[in-house]
Design a protein around this ligand. Sequence first.
Ligand code: SF4
Ligand code: SF4
Length: 428
Amino acid sequence: MSEYDAMWEKLGIDLEAHAGLLEVLPPMYQEHILSQENRPEGMGYFDFVFSEVHGLRVKELVEHREAGGVVVGTFCTYVPEELIVAVGGICVGLCAGAQVAPEEAEKLLPRNLCALIKSSLGFKLAKVCPYIESCDLLVGETTCDGKKKYFEVLGELQPVHVMEVPQMKLEHDRELWRQEIRRLLARLEEEAGRKVTLEGLREAVRLINDKRKALLRLEELRKSDPPVISGRDALLVAQIAFYDDPARLTEKVNALCDELERRRDGGIAIGGAHRPRILLSGCPMALPNWKVATIIETSGAVVAMDEMCTGIRYFDNLVDEEAPDMDALLDAIADRYLNIHCAIFTPNRERVDHLKELVRDYDIDAVVYYALQFCDPYTVEAFGVQRELEELGVPFLYLETDYSAEDVGQLSTRVQALIEMTGSREKA
Ligand code: SF4
Ligand code: SF4
């Protein structure tokens, strides 16, 4: 029995299946996160949030709805959080990072779809996600084909608004996207029963920009060598940022950064001397997906940067807060989001250029490219990324995987070989 059983039951959660899920999370957390040595004290807040993953935060969502607010679920970094906040809503990221009820999901979706999409439907069908059950509205997007078609399936189970994300970045694509931002705002206003004012929207922009600034500050600290924070802890912070209260999250990330600055200045690293510095690139690693990061870091390296949507793509670039009127502010929001370089775009030169910049700025020794099986955009784009990085002399390892643990041994062997290679080469 949990103190939250009554709340979960009211949300329509299957208590028995849910109890099973909650049983596997603590040992996983112990293995991937708590087993690390010399973690910063500031990570204590994030450990607490995770320990209450389906408890306290869900209770806040329930209370918010009881007070007349709306909760909106999203699946992609293209969905502007500030619009949801501006209508007095709470935004929760719903990307799913664990295999749940795959047999059920495969009754409605083909087997050869990426683990992230199947996991998302698995959570819904098994009735084990209190976040999705707390949502008044889900916002999907036309990014990859799998997601686009998935939202039709999901739309039969719960209200879904789908944003049309263009596939190119030409002027008329930008125009379409700016209109899509306004169409979403209208839908959110209808859902929340209130109109957004210029001041309200500006305040929301500031709130989310502050969250981005704090997360970017943390990224800067990942440049420290020897490292002052592990890649797994940085990943955990980003994963939690998708669903925690933005103001509180900002405060806690800034407090963590204060501590990390003291550590850096005092020469306190997470584990002694220099370690090979790995950049992880590719598909998002939604909570609780730490598999590849753990493999890298238990093989003697550190993940010093994540070029993924659970990393810098989520919080890079700010919205211009000074835009003079409503139209200009909405355009500024649209432009900031169109500047995310997901592999669904073509051509996608900006992503490769950004990756090269990150390799240089974060003093990266090797790139590990994480692709979920059946993810066409990221698997296809990997070839060009590999060619360009290898031309620069940057070692590159392509890992195609899913959410199961079956391939951990094989992936570890390949990661260890990569790390050994970084030790025996001159950096490019
Ligand atoms: S990888 Fe692309 S589709 Fe997936 S969350 Fe990121 S931006 Fe959205
Ligand atoms: S990982 Fe790839 S296939 Fe899966 S939802 Fe994201 S873009 Fe689509």
